[in-house]
Design a protein around this ligand. Structure first.
Ligand code: ADP
Length: 264
């Protein structure tokens, strides 16, 4: 567990999902979901495949739009913005600003193959945040050291292992200094022997405490080590939540008990 005590009663949530329903055609994959993430808090989402975890993440990244309900990040709504005392559909500028508070690392790292590792990390700093190249290079270098890749700055993605590529993807998201980071099954495309190095990098970042994290994972030991709070999703709802001790040692719902029994 991280050392900080993120959930203070005086804190306002950093991210709030309110009554979020998401349907694809006639299939409803999230049902009136409420979720608050507090500053610095580390949350793990666990649950069977198809239970809606990735959809929760994609909604926050604005890769999907809710069918109904609202999502706020630092008090700002994702799809709506205030204008003349009313809420109107958000324009691209508003969406872009709110979205920039969120970093995401996916299962597939999607690095730019024709760019060096250094440029993969600086690209958005220079072209999106308009940070001078020399400063972007310094920030990238610090971040690549943090994920243990300082020796590889001039290499190309094809020269790296899967675990190293995923660490570049983590550095690329972190360098943008988001308020919350989403990690969606970041180790499930990796060979088993490469999983540990990626999880260790994420644990290192989590232990520094500054940033909220939402971790979608099938690695139960990792969830137990890193998360302050575990949420178990099944059938598009959060069935049970609690501290790692509560969820892993004393699961209440039969669905969670069955799910966890697969990992014994
Ligand atoms: P999980 O991450 O828990 O495996 P997902 O959020 O990926 O679950 O998926 C939840 C359900 O939504 C699944 O049944 C999936 O097939 C469905 N789904 C996700 N995205 C789409 C889409 N773009 N179109 C249709 N169905 C989708």
């Amino acid at each position: 567990m991280s050392q900080n005590n993120p959930k203070d009663e005086h804190d306002k949530p950093l991210v709030s999902y309110r009554k979020i329903t998401k349907s694809f055609g006639d299939r409803t994959v999230l049902k009136e979901l409420d979720l608050d993430v507090y500053p610095g808090e580390k949350i793990a989402l666990i649950g069977p495949s198809g239970s809606g975890k990735t959809t929760i993440a994609r909604l926050l990244m604005t890769l999907e739009k809710p069918t109904s309900g609202t999502i706020e990040v630092e008090g700002e709504m994702l799809w709506l913005m205030p204008r003349k005392g009313k809420l109107v559909p958000a324009n691209e500028k508003h969406l872009h600003r709110v979205r920039s508070k969120i970093g995401m690392v996916f299962q597939h790292f999607n690095l730019f193959p024709h760019m060096t590792i250094q440029r993969n990390v600086t690209e958005a700093l220079v072209h999106v945040l308009k940070i001078p190249k020399s400063e972007a290079d310094e920030r990238a270098m610090r971040m690549l050291e943090r994920v243990g890749l300082q020796e590889h700055t001039n290499h190309y993605p094809s020269q790296l292992s899967g675990g190293q590529k995923q660490r570049v993807a983590i550095a690329r998201a972190l360098v943008m200094q988001p308020s919350v980071m989403l990690f969606d099954e970041v180790t499930s495309a990796l060979d088993p022997e490469l999983v540990g190095e990626v999880l260790d990098v994420i644990k290192g970042i989590a232990s520094q405490g500054e940033m909220a994290m939402i971790l979608i994972t099938h690695e139960m030991d990792f969830a137990r080590d890193v998360a302050d709070r575990i949420l178990f999703t099944d059938g598009g709802v959060i069935v049970e939540e609690g501290t790692p001790e509560q969820v892993f040692q004393n699961p209440q719902s039969p669905r969670l008990q069955t799910f966890l029994s697969r990992f014994l």
